[in-house]
Write a protein that binds this ligand. Structure first.
Ligand code: MOS
Length: 728
């Protein structure tokens, strides 16, 4: 079937490799690159809209309680002030995205410090910001805010169904080798370069919003619901997005506030979150406490596997950081316990931050695996190789293509891994201890329903359109490559248009599913176009060779423009993951190898070399894929050494709400990153045989760095990030 596919079995046809253009997988530059580096690519706040008023959000300065009064008179006469908006449609929390659930309302009931409670609108940004600081708010503060995961009165519930098989306690007590350890990670912030921003325009019928969002098809519904409109009357535009990392999966308060203000005031309103507000009122990754219990037999094979985590979120939120997501399928162990507990805290909403689950779950698990390897006295790579299960340990289903062993071997070889058992403190250079460490990478393969429209024009050029976003990931590039490959066109002859909710609904950018899902929709649309071209040429679609704008059938070559004879052909591809997701355990895999220097006097850790080998199905573009892997590894360096969003334990505010105090790695923190792409086709993953790569590079990366710190100086740290004070 062409045009539409509900995938319920592997697609072995390997179609893209059979195409003639030879453009798929090539490390082509981004078509959007020049616009981005010259500043002509416009981001949400950068549109020149006539008579646009400026809004600044006012956020709560208590952690729990009521807003009793907002004294509008306190700012009404200030220069430029137009209005103070604080009605029941304003949202107190961001939407989580994906489900299309509307975000939580009732801004007058404060549930965390930093919660939006009002919007001050003025003629200029400076006037609005000034007035927002002067606005007098009266609160009634409750004194029972829950801020610390570990304080005694915090309500804790078990999230979802725990996995319990066999008897882990017994397996641990009888094992030849056992490790029982607790790792912790602190809250993280997505900290996208472009703060959340919206310009809302209302013409009396349609609400048009330039915004910085990841998943427009859900965001339209969320925004419509929040402001009380039909989704058909809302149009969102996000052609360029300066990073999202989960924080723009759902709409956030600034977009709702701008929309309400625009509708009330009858003029355009722009709201840009202050950097501090990005930290205080958008989204955090939950802190985690992870208990890991590993039991191995005398050959180093896992017979018991336990991963139990405590995470947190606001009361009423359904999301819990899925810490054990990779633990579900990665390693064997017939005695298993996987479990997630959720503490209810009065801290900003916890939600998806790049690679929710695996990012923090894998860094802890891979630390524990290193501890097990030390205990057994075998090479940690060898421990991983001995623990690649035949079938999914809990569901008893097969794996789809899985290149874990290949990644471990390719990465070890590229890095020059020592491959032996050794004890820490073996190498010293001046005041630096030098060590190496490794870890496995794993991330579940997700798919999402997607549509894309492809048009082949009479002149032999083509256009792709979808409401899909490019959040810096390379979506424009790879979707163009897929169409060019399928239609036999130069990549420059394919125009890709994204980020407009009036286009067919793509998968959105989330869960690493953007390229495999929306890419499959483009692929299916192109297959349908090929079928129509074949009909014109009197052949089967499979007999058709398209290359460089020419169609060849049984040795006969015709220019595409002659086949089209002035017509254009347009098809919408519709892709959906069907039963395939239940039939195979599909995931992306990899391995990290790193060399770290630890200063003997200051405890400073520096990553000196970092290699990652990754297998994630077909590579759609070797350059953009490599960049995704590098970006993940940079996050790994941050997670290992510096990143922690710190909340004041008394009042609940973010202590370090900006990029000066929340330390993401900078150039000097990052060595040359060496990425090896392991060749793979996964027929069960998508008709492209491609999986996702956006999040894989972070999953386990910090664990490798921690293991290298231990190898360098003998200090085994379990509380991320591994700052100098902990190392000393
Ligand atoms: Mo991702 S954290 O699903 O944008």
């Amino acid at each position: 079937m062409t045009g539409s596919l509900e995938m319920d079995r592997p697609d072995d046809r390997n179609r893209l490799d059979a195409m003639a253009q030879g453009v798929i997988g090539k490390p082509l530059d981004r078509p959007d690159g020049p616009a981005k580096v010259t500043g002509s690519a416009r981001y949400a706040a950068e549109y020149a809209v006539e008579n646009c008023a400026e809004g600044v959000l006012v956020t709560a300065t208590i952690s729990k309680g009521q807003v009793v009064a907002i004294d509008e008179a306190s700012v009404r006469d200030m220069p430029g002030v137009i209005a103070v908006i604080s009605d029941e449609r304003m949202v107190a929390r961001p939407a989580q995205g994906g489900a299309g659930e509307s975000p939580v309302r009732n801004v007058r009931q404060v549930e965390y410090w930093g919660q939006p409670i009002a919007l001050v609108v003025a003629e200029t940004f400076e006037q609005a910001r000034n007035a927002s600081k002067q606005l007098r708010i009266e609160y009634r503060s409750d004194d029972d805010a829950a801020i610390d995961q570990h304080s005694r009165d915090v309500p804790i519930e078990t999230h979802g169904e725990p996995t319990i098989q066999g008897n882990l306690d017994k397996a641990i007590s009888q094992a030849a080798y056992a490790v029982e350890v607790t790792y912790t990670t602190e809250c993280h912030n997505s900290a996208p370069m472009e703060p959340h921003a919206s310009i809302a325009q209302w013409d009396g019928t349609t609400l048009t919003v330039h915004s910085s969002l990841q998943m427009l098809k859900y965001n339209v519904k969320e925004l419509a619901d929040a402001v009380g409109l039909d989704p058909e009357d809302v149009r969102l535009l996000s052609p360029y997005v300066g990073g999202g990392f989960g924080s723009k999966l759902g709409i956030s308060p600034e977009g709702v506030a701008a929309s309400i203000a625009a509708m009330e005031l009858g003029r355009a309103v722009r709201v840009v979150l202050l950097r501090q507000q990005v930290f205080q009122c958008v989204m955090r990754r939950s802190e985690t406490t992870q208990r890991l219990r590993l039991a191995a037999d005398s050959d180093g094979r896992l017979v018991g596997f336990g991963h139990e985590a405590l995470v947190s979120n606001l009361p009423g939120e359904t999301f819990a950081e899925p810490v054990t997501q990779a633990s579900d399928f990665l390693y064997p162990g017939e005695n298993r316990t996987l479990r997630i507990d959720l503490a209810r805290l009065n801290l900003v909403t916890a939600g998806s931050v790049r690679a929710p689950g695996e990012a923090v779950g894998m860094q802890a698990l891979e630390g524990a695996m290193d501890e097990l390897a030390m205990k057994i006295g075998i090479d940690p790579v060898e421990l991983r190789l001995r623990n690649i299960p035949e079938r999914h340990p809990a569901k008893d289903i097969p794996y789809s293509s899985r290149k874990l062993a290949e990644c471990l071997k390719a990465g070890a070889e590229r890095f020059g891994w020592h491959g032996a058992r050794r004890s820490p403190c073996h190498t010293r250079e001046g005041e630096w201890w030098i060590g190496t460490g490794m870890a496995t990478a794993a991330r579940v393969h997700n798919l999402n329903e997607a549509e894309a429209r492809v048009t082949l024009y009479p002149d032999g050029t083509a256009a792709v359109a979808s409401d899909m976003t490019d959040i810096g990931t390379g979506t424009y590039t790879v979707l163009g490559q897929i169409a060019a490959e399928m239609l036999g066109l130069d990549r420059n002859d394919v125009l890709v248009r994204l980020g407009d909710s009036s286009f067919p609904p793509g998968a959105g950018s989330g869960g690493s599913w953007g390229a495999p899902s929306t890419g499959s929709a483009v692929f299916l649309a192109c297959e349908a176009i090929r079928t129509r071209l074949a009909a014109r040429l009197g052949c089967q679609e499979e007999e058709l060779t398209l290359q460089d704008g020419f169609a060849t059938v049984r040795g006969q070559t015709t220019a595409l423009s002659d086949v089209l004879k002035g017509d254009q052909i347009e098809e919408v591809g519709h892709f959906k993951a069907g039963e395939i997701s239940d039939k195979f355990s599909a995931a992306m895999y990899g391995a990290f190898f790193t060399e770290v220097a630890v200063n003997a006097y200051t405890g400073e850790a520096r990553v000196r070399r970092f290699t990652g080998a990754f297998g994630f199905g077909r590579v759609l573009n070797a350059k953009t894929a490599t960049s995704q892997c590098m970006g993940g590894m940079v996050w790994g360096i941050g997670s290992a050494l510096t990143e922690e969003e710190i909340f004041d334990k008394r009042y609940g505010h973010v202590v370090n709400p900006d990029l000066a105090e929340y330390h993401v790695p900078v150039n000097l923190d990052v060595p040359h990153l060496d990425v090896v792409l392991v060749d793979e086709r996964d027929p069960a993953a998508s008709p492209l045989q491609a999986k996702g790569v956006g999040e894989l590079g972070i999953c386990g990366a910090a664990g490798a760095i921690g293991n290298a710190i231990h190898d360098a100086c003998g200090v085994r740290l379990r509380s991320f990030p591994f700052t100098p004070d902990k190392i000393m």
